[in-house]
Design a protein around this ligand. Sequence first.
Ligand code: CP
Length: 304
Amino acid sequence: MKHLISPLDLSTSELEGILKLGQAIMKNPGKYSNICEGKKLATLFYEPSTRTRLSFEAAMLNLGGKVLGFSSADSSSASKGESVADTIRVISSYADICAMRHPKEGAPTVAAIHSRIPVINAGDGGHNHPTQTLTDLFTIKELTGRLCSLTIGMCGDLKFGRTVHSLINAMVRYENVRFILISPNELKIPDYLRQEVLISGNISFIETNELEKYMPELDILYMTRVQRERFFNEEDYIRLKDSFILDASKMKYAKKDMYVLHPLPRVNEIAAEVDSDPRAVYFKQAEFGVYVRMALIITLLGLN
Ligand code: CP
């Protein structure tokens, strides 16, 4: 039985397999519409979500399976003090696979230890978000045709943004990938990522607070929201929240074939006027998330 807790739980060939299957599903969804008949997905969301939870549910329904779950800790027995370990022991007899989001880093790892069904990390605190990474890789591959030889700008909250951490971990496995890490000083990537992943892996990267300067070099601009819920005080959030706002004037510096991705939700960091730019692909990216999650469910249930 396989779990997906970090993007590194998948080898590059397993990852390629999921992306290829996602592509096949997108081209011919009818072929897969009954493959999960009789199977159930539990969505255990201890933290708010729109895309991840609903795209997982849509994915399972598209595959002919059923879904059950909860969408907040308050509506589960976690509010009475039940542990993640006990919850997953019970859910293992109700469902065939589960997707878990939790505010505490490592909670899905604890669940996986006690589970009899595959556990998918749907985001744990500021740590990892591997299915967003699958979505991001699918989007980049679909639009640029490659995962290597890319200059990727990541902009915003690189400290708390789990989608950034997971995407860096996944992209360093591809050749000739270069990162431009654009953030305020206080929201730079965590030190473990800088030391153990980028420096140790001899990966080319620049840390800066200048978005316009590096725009012309980028193949991908990955914008992120400042993660209010992870700040210890509101004053710091208010001071930093609008550090970078992508608007039409800044898009003028970008290549004609650069793509703007964002895991969403967006707050202020991308002006609405950018939405109509053909290089703004964040809503397409959210749509692609359903296909990769369908591919992941099929793969983890061993149905392919
Ligand atoms: N991208 C993402 O994780 O969105 P949600 O928080 O809405 O699930």
